[in-house]
Write a protein that binds this ligand. Structure first.
Ligand code: UD1
Ligand code: UDP
Length: 357
């Protein structure tokens, strides 16, 4: 039996791992060992996903978090190396573009353990994003690259991957699989009465939270938008820390600030909202899965296929640009066509590939 060691540590990775892990459990010739780096550690940033999505309890937990990039990644590499030496897996699997992703891939490749990267080939072409560095490096040291979109696969070809000793597979997007698996279980966040028609907003990107001037602008934009439609704003701990520290404009009473919610609750909010405002990668796609327009609070996106049909508009952090795009979406309803992220069988394709590679 083939042993796969999965390294994960941050919220989006738990969501991506849920359908893949389920598909692996169906396979009789592959088994999985799970390593949680600890990068995300609050109950509502980690445990809730394991509970709601029935992800097996991690076999190892490193409890490494809240450190600068180098220290976090370095300590994770050291911890993962020890576990891989003990577990002797046939292959390591990593998801996405966080520091946990890069640490897992680097620890593995230095021990000559082949690496599979799920969500390979994405590029923002902005090297100031920590995630862009994590993606580029992880792709380069992986030998099995699962691309969520044709564009991602083309990006790898353009960088010469067709000439490297690796295999790229167009799998489709595992977050689409997750949304299909769990959307029937969506449920409202229990703790607070929320408005009926609302905008769903999230902000956590490093570029929007450090330094604070962009967050100031984004709060002004949220307040302006909330004059037309109330906003439900589940706040990431990174952003919450800054809001709690003060020196930012106050949020309007029409912006309903709530703690981060679980996956079933975010699916409910996505299904019920009128529109999404976000700097999250996952939420841009989920807005599309639920046929909701998305204002992206960044200047570039890895999910470029959403831009052409007008499902997603890049707005940066300028309140005037955001407001203009918001009114544009309100005034002109969109017609959505499905299919940009595969057929909902990405996890099955990935699990099957492990039998051959
Ligand atoms: C990380 C990823 C980012 C991803 C995001 C998903 C990197 C470089 N960034 O960003 O790509 O989009 O996760 O949410 O890996 N914190 C808590 N509780 C938690 C988690 C974090 O308080 O459960 C705090 C940390 O102490 C830290 C801050 O939030 O002060 C940022 O956490 P960190 O893991 O460094 O990065 P994220 O912004 O979460
Ligand atoms: N999410 C959640 N609760 C929240 C906010 C987000 O469950 O309060 C989910 C949502 O499905 C999103 C995923 O977490 O796609 C990952 O989002 P995040 O913005 O943390 O990371 P990114 O996708 O930008 O890396």
């Amino acid at each position: 039996m083939k042993k796969i060691a999965t390294i994960l540590g941050a919220r989006p990775q738990f969501i991506k791992a849920a359908p893949v892990s389920k598909a692996i459990r169906k396979s009789s010739d592959v088994c999985e060992v799970m390593v949680h780096t600890g990068q995300h550690f609050d109950k509502n940033m980690s445990q809730v996903f394991f509970d709601q999505m029935e992800i097996p309890r991690p076999d190892h937990h490193l409890n490494i978090h809240s450190l600068p990039h180098g220290a976090m990644t370095g300590r994770m590499i050291e911890g993962i190396e020890g576990i891989l030496e003990k577990e002797q897996p046939d292959r390591v699997m990593v998801y996405g573009d966080t520091n946990s992703t890069l640490a897992g891939a680097l620890a593995a490749v230095k021990l000559h353990i082949p690496v599979a990267h799920v969500e390979a080939g994405l590029r923002s072409y902005n090297r100031k994003m920590p995630e862009e560095i994590n993606r580029i490096l992880t792709d380069r040291i992986s030998d099995l690259l699962f691309c969520p979109t044709p564009t991602a696969q083309q990006n790898l070809s353009a960088e010469g991957f067709d000439h490297f000793s690796c295999t790229t597979i167009l799998s489709g997007d595992v977050m689409y699989d997750a949304s299909l698996l769990f959307r029937d279980k969506a449920r409202p966040p229990g703790h607070k009465a929320l408005p009926v028609n609302f905008v769903l907003a999230t902000i956590h990107r490093e570029e929007n939270t450090s330094p604070k001037d962009k967050l100031k602008q984004l709060i002004v934009a949220l307040n302006e938008v909330s004059r037309d439609l109330p906003i439900v704003f589940p706040v990431h701990p990174r952003t919450q820390k800054l809001i709690s520290a003060g020196n930012l404009p106050s949020l309007s009473k029409h912006v309903h600030v709530i703690d981060p919610v679980g996956y079933l609750e975010i699916l409910y909010l996505l299904a019920q909202c009128q529109l999404v405002m976000t700097d999250s990668g996952g939420m841009q796609k989920e807005a599309y899965f639920f046929h909701k327009p998305c204002l992206t609070l960044r200047n570039e996106t890895e999910w470029v296929e959403l831009l052409g049909p007008g499902y997603n508009k890049l707005c940066g952090s300028d309140p005037a640009v955001i407001l203009d795009a918001f009114h544009g979406f309100l005034n002109k309803p969109l017609v959505f066509a499905d299919g940009l992220y595969g057929k909902g069988n990405a996890s099955a394709i990935i699990a099957k590939a492990f039998q051959e590679h």
